[in-house]
Structures are given as structure tokens and as C-alpha cells.
Design a protein around this ligand. Structure first.
Ligand SMILES: C[S@@+](CC[C@H](N)C(=O)[O-])C[C@H]1O[C@@H](n2cnc3c(N)ncnc32)[C@H](O)[C@@H]1O
Length: 642
């Protein structure tokens, strides 16, 4: 419905004319209000994923009233002249204290210097819908103007309680405030000058943007002064932590709007806002979005800085105490002037691996310690793996997504397993990284009690790190580890160094070859194996284990399931993309997809329990048909569940 081009792009008429961007904003909003329905406006303004029934319930009681945009005109007159030129009938401009106070708080500018004016104009002679144009005062500091241009913070759509609604405003308010997940109270106010008896307006916002790239902001307006409800709303606004921060602090409305702190003595008053003006910083401000975007786009720089820190053993050199750049250069062999630039970047808040320790020395931060060899939860190999082999593979993601050319194979001419087998140094880094991640599974024993088990098979057990945890936790357990010969070699060294080799049989074979799989164990473990393979191969693996298992065996599957909610903070959506890059046919699956695969292979999932780092352990039992009934009953259900 993006037909904003239907309205004319008016020629600028001299110095007083509205700028093209402001014209575009008004045109876009007028078009939206002219052709869109209330339901559509609500769907756009409420949080993504809000139930359709909820939208319909609100639309039954309310109708689209106005849409607001903030512009930065050369003068208020230029704005009204423009609205008239569009054939609209603008109201007399009045002061907008709500938007004035919001701008004042957002940028820590003195409110009295911000003369924001608001003009309403019905979008057609017979329309009850109006475009509401907030005019920022001329001479706004350039970074503030730019921030408002980029963010469109004030853009919103508003619905009004219908005159014939069979429910009061409080009912609609409760519906929105209490039943719509992710909606946050965002200030409001009462304007006695509007309509008959004034008007109450209450703003809500939620995360994300509409398809116009507007913020998701909804105002609910009603004739009259709904004092108590408004007060509750403003209190909620004061308490609410915004889902994203744009620098606003405290209340959002006119009533509870504490005046921003006056500029410290000696600072010039706005428009020369001085350092009190909140123009930058990680927490919000004019260039917060630029910084965030730049941080995302330069993530690879940080990856490489950390990888280099590890590759030069800087973390290990600093493990004994702070060192100067010259001392580190001496120990690492790096050129001091260039090394200094790396050390400085590693201190930057976006990295935070080092800190200045005085007298020209550098020291490790807590995060930097994690890159030393001696840290019990070291991520040293992970820094090397993600900064080298896998880093290079990601550079072919475009081709991978476009035409399915598997990125790792495209770059290295062979699959990961084959490559690692031929490159022992990279193989050792890979094994080390897997071992570091496996330490996160130490909490497996907290959710699964393998006390009753005597035999366990780790299918595709890699370097045996998980097995070491389990054998140490359960002294009566004997294990078998099945993997390719390269991994078996590493596992032998690992298990042997911890005195666990006598309790382990190492089996060289293939997970896809049923005959390789040791038979009749109490427990089978599949950790981060299924996500390497496509569905058909997963079925082969699972059927092979089912064939080898006894009817009362239990299968533990550890994976990182994909949440169905796309905004869930689990890293699974990203590791899924990583699987696309590194493993042909591999990828993360939802719990439901894992369950379906297991069922097809003769397993029934009895339970799924969360582990650290968004991983889950699923407990599955062979599906055995009870001869007495026609139903399939999982045998050994919950045998090992805590
Ligand atoms: C992602 S690693 C997981 C290792 C271990 N389970 C863990 O979570 O740390 C995948 C493992 O599958 C092994 N693998 C790959 N293809 C295999 C095959 N056809 N047969 C046996 N093991 C295989 C690899 O050698 C590697 O150890």
C-alpha cells in the first residue's frame, strides 16, 4: 500500500519552503492515513506478533485518529503553507509541551529553549483523520536534527475511542497495557486546547520498526480529561525501562516531566548546547544508532584483534601481571609501534580484553583472562578457530545463500572433516575449541542422573571431553567412544591424561554405519552430531542407534534447538547460519523437528531439559509397542531424569 507517490512533490519556493525530506514525511503519513484501515494501523503500531484477535478487539472500539511526524522546518509558517499547498486545512499552530519535554530529556537540552509547535490538518475535508505535524524549532543543533531525522522517534499513529464504543477508555487501556506483550507505556498528557473539553493522549511503544521504518508507537486518544488513568499511565511510563534506549530518562509525559538538569555553570545555553547535550555515548543520543550499526559492521575487526591477541600469546604473557608495550613486544616478537595500536584497540569498550594499568602498562580484564591457556574456562582455541578457518568460510556466505554453494567447500575444496584430517594444526585448534565448548556441558549431571547406568556410548564423541566429565561424575560407568580415526587419536590422549582410558573403549567407525555402533548399552549420547547432517542422514544415524540399543536403553541428544520466536535471544539462529557455512545439509532444528525425526526412527522423546548456552538435552527411549495395547509406550521413561 505504499502509494505515497500519489501526492505531488511540491517545488521548493524560496528560502521559506519545507525541505524535501520533511515534505516526504508529511506526504507518506497523509497517504497512510488516507488509504489505510484502523486494523492495519494497529497491526503496524503494536508489537510484532500481536494476536489478530487482540488487534480486532481494539479496532472494534477505536478508530484511526491521526498520525504524527516531527519535521525540522525553516519556520512554522513554512509547514502550514506546505499543508495548505497540499489542499489541507491546517489548524493554528500551538505549543506541544509533550514533544518539547521528550526532546529536552532525550538530548538534555533546556526545555524552555525548545519551542516545539504542533499543527493538525484533516487529511480530507470530510475526514475525521488528521496528520499531526510537530515542528522542531529552527536552529536545532545539527547532531540533534540528524538524530531525529534518522530515528523518527516522534512518528506515531493514534487511535481514538469511538463515540459509540460500548466499553470505556479504561477497558481499552487495560486490554493494551496488560494483554499485549512487549508494549511499554511511553508518556502522554492532557491538552485542554484541543476539541471540546480538551483531549487525553497516552503513548505506547514497542521494539522494532514498521515497514515504513517508523518506530512502533501507538497513541490512544480520548476526548476529555481522564485524569486518574493518565496518572497511572504516566507512572507506568516513569517506571518502565525502554526496550531500547534512546537517551530519554525518567517520565515521558507532561505531568511528571521533571525539567532536565540545567546545564552546569559556565556552559552556554542551547543552541550552543555544550557537553551537557546528550549527543553521543553508548547509551543513546544522536549517534547511538550509527555507533550500534558500526559496531555490528566491524564485528570482524574485533574478532581479528582478539585472534591476534591469542596468536601472539599476549594473554598468556600478561597472565603473570601487567606489562608495558615494549615488554610485550620483546616477548611476542611484534614491532612495538604497531603492537601499541593493537593493545590500544584491545582496551576499547567494544573489545574490553585489556585495560591500562598505569605507567604505560597493560593488564588483562576478566574477559582477557578467558583467553589465557591457564583459565579453567579458556576460550583460546575458540578465538583461533572463529578468527581463522571459520572466519574465512563466512566470507562465502553470499554465494552459499544465493545458490547453495557450500561456503566451506567452496573455499577449501573439501568438507570440514576431510580438511581437518589433512591439516593437523587446524585439526588441533578445532578439537581444542570443541573441548572448550564442551565444558559448558558440565552441568549435564545436574539435570540428568546417570547413576543407574553402567554402560554408555558417546556416538561421534569427538575428543572425549564430555565423556571425561561423565566418567569423572559416575565412577561405576564404563564407556565407548565412536568417531573417525582423527578424533579417536585426540580422545586417546585426552582420556589417558585424565586416567580414564582404562574405562573407555575407543571405536573407530562411522556414525552412519549401524554395524559400527556398540550394542546394548544403557545410555547412548549424541552431542552436536545431528545438526551436522541433513534429515535423511540423521534418520540413518538414529535408526542405527535404535538397532544397536536395547529396549530399555536411553538416548540423550544434546543440541541447540531453534526457538520458534525469531526475536528470542538464543544464539541458535546464528549457529544455524554457521552450520550453513560449514556443513553441507547441516543446520539447527526446532525441538518439534528433532522430536519428529526421532519418532520416525523409532524413538520417543520423554523430556527436554535446558543446559547452558541455549543448549538442550532431550531424553529419548525406544518406542516399543505394548502387545497388550495398540499404543506405543516409551520404556525407561524418566529413568535418568532428575
Ligand atoms: C561437532 S563435532 C561433535 C563432537 C562431540 N560430540 C562434541 O559435542 O564435542 C562432530 C563430530 O562428529 C565426528 N564425525 C563426523 N563424521 C563422522 C562419521 N561419519 N562417523 C563418526 N564420526 C563422525 C567428527 O569427527 C566430530 O568429532
Amino acid at each position: 500500500m505504499n502509494n505515497s507517490s500519489l501526492l505531488p512533490n511540491l517545488p521548493a519556493s524560496g528560502a521559506a519552503a519545507l525541505g524535501a525530506e520533511d515534505q516526504r514525511r508529511i506526504r507518506e503519513m497523509v497517504t497512510y492515513l488516507t488509504s489505510g484501515s484502523t486494523t492495519e494501523a494497529l497491526t503496524n503500531a503494536l508489537p510484532l506478533g500481536t494476536d489478530r484477535e487482540m488487534v480486532d478487539a481494539v479496532a472494534e472500539l477505536c478508530e484511526l485518529d491521526h498520525g504524527g511526524v516531527l519535521i525540522i522546518p525553516p519556520s512554522v509558517e513554512a509547514a502550514t503553507a506546505h499543508l495548505r499547498a497540499l489542499g489541507l486545512q491546517p489548524s493554528t499552530p500551538i505549543a506541544s509541551t509533550v514533544v518539547r519535554d521528550r526532546l529536552s530529556r532525550r538530548y538534555r537540552l533546556p526545555a524552555e529553549a525548545l519551542d516545539v509547535r504542533v499543527v493538525h490538518a484533516p487529511v480530507a475535508a470530510d475526514s475525521s483523520r488528521a496528520v499531526t505535524v510537530f515542528c522542531a524549532p529552527p536552529g536545532l543543533p545539527a547532531p540533534v536534527a540528524r538524530s531525529e531525522r534518522l530515528s523518527g522517534h516522534e512518528t506515531h499513529v493514534a487511535v481514538r475511542l469511538r463515540g459509540d464504543a460500548d466499553q470505556p477508555l479504561a477497558w481499552v487501556y487495560d486490554l493494551l497495557a496488560q494483554q499485549v506483550r512487549g508494549l511499554v507505556a511511553d508518556g502522554g498528557g492532557y491538552n485542554p486546547l484541543l476539541g471540546k473539553g480538551g483531549r487525553t493522549v497516552m503513548y505506547f511503544r514497542s521494539e522494532g520498526r514498521t515497514w515504513h521504518a517508523w518506530p512502533r508507537r501507538l497513541a490512544v486518544v480520548a476526548d476529555g480529561h481522564h485524569e486518574q488513568l493518565l496518572q497511572e499511565h504516566l507512572t507506568a511510563s516513569t517506571d518502565a525501562q525502554p526496550p531500547w534506549s534512546y537517551g530519554a530518562r525518567g517520565g515521558h509525559g507532561t505531568r511528571n516531566a521533571a525539567s532536565p538538569a540545567r546545564p552546569p555553570a559556565g556552559l552556554g545555553a542551547w543552541p550552543n548546547a555544550g557537553p551537557d547535550c546528550w549527543l553521543d555515548g553508548v547509551d543513546g543520543g544522536a549517534d547511538a544508532e550509527d555507533r550500534r550499526l558500526l559496531q555490528l559492521l566491524t564485528g570482524a575487526w574485533v574478532t581479528q584483534a582478539l585472534r591476534t591477541m591469542v596468536a601472539l600469546d599476549l594473554a598468556d604473557h600478561l597472565a603473570r601481571g601487567p606489562l608495558t608495550c615494549l615488554e610485550l613486544a620483546d616477548r611476542s616478537g611484534a614491532r612495538p609501534d604497531l603492537l601499541h595500536r593493537l593493545l590500544r584497540a584491545l582496551c576499547h569498550p567494544w573489545v574490553g580484553a585489556l585495560q591500562a594499568a598505569g605507567k604505560g602498562a597493560f593488564a588483562l580484564t576478566g574477559l582477557g583472562w578467558r583467553l589465557t591457556r591457564e583459565h579453567p574456562a579458556s576460550m583460546r582455541h575458540t578465538a583461533l578457530l572463529y578468527g581463522d578457518l571459520f572466519y574465512l568460510s563466512w566470507s562465502a556466505l553470499v554465494e552459499g545463500v544465493l545458490d547453495g554453494a557450500q561456503p566451506f567447500t567452496t573455499l577449501f575444496g573439501q568438507g570440514v572433516g576431510e580438511y581437518l584430517a589433512r591439516h593437523p594444526r587446524q585439526g588441533a585448534v578445532f578439537d581444542g575449541a570443541r573441548a572448550e565448548e564442551t565444558q559448558a556441558f558440565a552441568d549435564l549431571a545436574a539435570v540428568v542422573d546417570l547413576g543407574p547406568a553402567r554402560t554408555l556410548v558417546d556416538v561421534g564423541g569427538g575428543n572425549g571431553e564430555l565423556l571425561c566429565h561423565l566418567l569423572e561424575a559416575y565412577p561405576l560407568l564404563d564407556a565407548r567412544l565412536l568417531d573417525r580415526s582423527r578424533a579417536i587419536g585426540t580422545a586417546r590422549v585426552n582420556l589417558s591424561s585424565r586416567g580414564l582410558l582404562p574405562r573407555t573403549t575407543l571405536v573407530t567407525g562411522s556414525v552412519t554405519e549401524p554395524r559400527s555402533i556398540p550394542r546394548g548399552a544403557d545410555v547412548y549420547v549424541l552431542t552436536r552430531i545431528l545438526h551436522d547432517w541433513d534429515d535423511d542422514t540423521c534418520l540413518e544415524i538414529l535408526r542405527g542407534i535404535r538397532e544397536a540399543a536395547a529396549d530399555d536403553s536411553t538416548l540423550l541428544i544434546i543440541e541447540r534447538p531453534l526457538p520458534s520466536d525469531f526475536t528470542h535471544p538464543s544464539v541458535a539462529a546464528l549457529t544455524d547460519l554457521h552450520m550453513l557455512v560449514t556443513h553441507a545439509g547441516g543446520g539447527e532444528r526446532t525441538n518439534a523437528q528433532y522430536r519428529a525425526l526421532l519418532e520416525r526412527a523409532g524413538w520417543t522423546v520423554a523430556d527436554e531439559r535446558p543446559l547452558t548456552l541455549d543448549m538442550t538435552v532431550a531424553l529419548a527411549c525406544p518406542t516399543v509397542t505394548d502387545p497388550g495395547t495398540t499404543s506405543s509406550l516409551p520404556v525407561g521413561l524418566y529413568k535418568y531424569a532428575r
